[in-house]
Design a protein around this ligand. Structure first.
Ligand code: WAQ
Ligand code: MG
Length: 261
């Protein structure tokens, strides 16, 4: 019998301020352990409110696809990191001024009043126009994971390369779904966590190009940009990103720097 699949989401806050969140798409057998994992992660932040929701999803709607290869490029500082990201975006078909402006926008805070956005900017790869319906929120990629049978292999491959932070797994899974979205030719991302400087450019040609420095330690800005190729149907792309359940059915190669930074 086909296993049932569930979207499991966690949200923890203290007096309305977001502290920690997570989202998984798992089979019935995994729900319990994933809920415990989320509970442990959330309680570490001492939240005043914690919500975990479990929703069954329609298994017949699941789209499956491959995870891109991960390759890490060594850079000395965030300036060379951003230069590397710029070059990668050009190689993926993003126009130079569009790539430059996306990097600058994330660097100063892409939301209103230079706040971070909750989701991603959706940007016309040729003209630079912002296409997300609500620019404070952005487009959220949700409902994605790896097939239950690949879970352990993915963890092993990441650990072997010293890539143990949960952000890396989450970003790699998110980037896999974004790459599978119709009309998306590239993604640019770095974290909004002041202590986490790494980010990536992901595109079909070279996969997940991990860049250890895209900002300075202490910088609270971060964000995401999804680059959209005109000619595709925007509404379908947004619906795929925000609603269609997606599972990775084939892992990529994982080639970190072997622990060196
Ligand atoms: N969909 C779209 N955009 C999102 C989502 C989502 N589900 N979640 C977060 N964002 C946007 C939002 O603007 C955040 O401010 C920004 O991305 C960064 O989110 O290889 O940790 O959770 O070491 O801080 C990348 C590098 C880490 C991982 C990314 O992102 C690695 C990270 P954060
Ligand atoms: Mg964050």
């Amino acid at each position: 019998m086909e296993s049932r699949y569930y979207s499991v989401r966690m949200h923890a806050d203290r007096d309305g301020t977001h502290l920690s969140g997570a989202e998984r798409l798992v089979s019935e057998e995994q729900v319990e352990s994933v809920v415990i994992e989320m509970l442990q992660r959330a309680t570490g932040h001492a939240p005043s409110s914690l919500k975990i929701s479990i929703d069954e999803i329609d298994g017949s709607r699941i789209v499956r696809g491959a995870m891109p290869n991960l390759v890490e490029v060594p850079v000395d500082d965030y300036r060379s990191g951003r230069d590397r990201a710029f070059q990668a975006l050009l190689a993926s078909g993003v126009a130079p001024e569009v790539a430059q402006s996306a990097i600058e926008t994330i660097a100063r805070g892409a939301g209103p009043g230079h706040a971070n956005m909750r989701g991603a900017m959706l940007i016309d790869a040729r003209k630079g126009e912002r296409l997300e319906p609500v620019s404070a929120r952005g487009v959220r990629a949700t409902r994605m994971d790896v097939e239950p049978g690949l879970e352990d292999a993915l963890t092993r491959n990441l650990v072997r390369q010293g890539l143990i932070h949960h952000r890396i797994r989450e970003a790699l899974v998110l980037a896999s779904k974004v790459l599978a979205a119709p009309g998306i030719i590239a993604e640019l991302c770095w974290s909004d966590d002041p202590g986490y400087t790494a980010g990536y450019v992901c595109a079909p040609g070279f996969g997940y190009l991990r860049i250890p420095h895209l900002k300075e330690v202490g910088d609270p800005h971060g964000g995401r940009a999804f680059f959209f190729m005109p000619g595709f149907k925007l509404a379908e792309t947004i619906r795929f990103l925000e609603e269609t359940p997606f599972l990775i059915n084939k892992l990529g190669l994982i080639a970190g720097s072997g622990g060196k930074k």
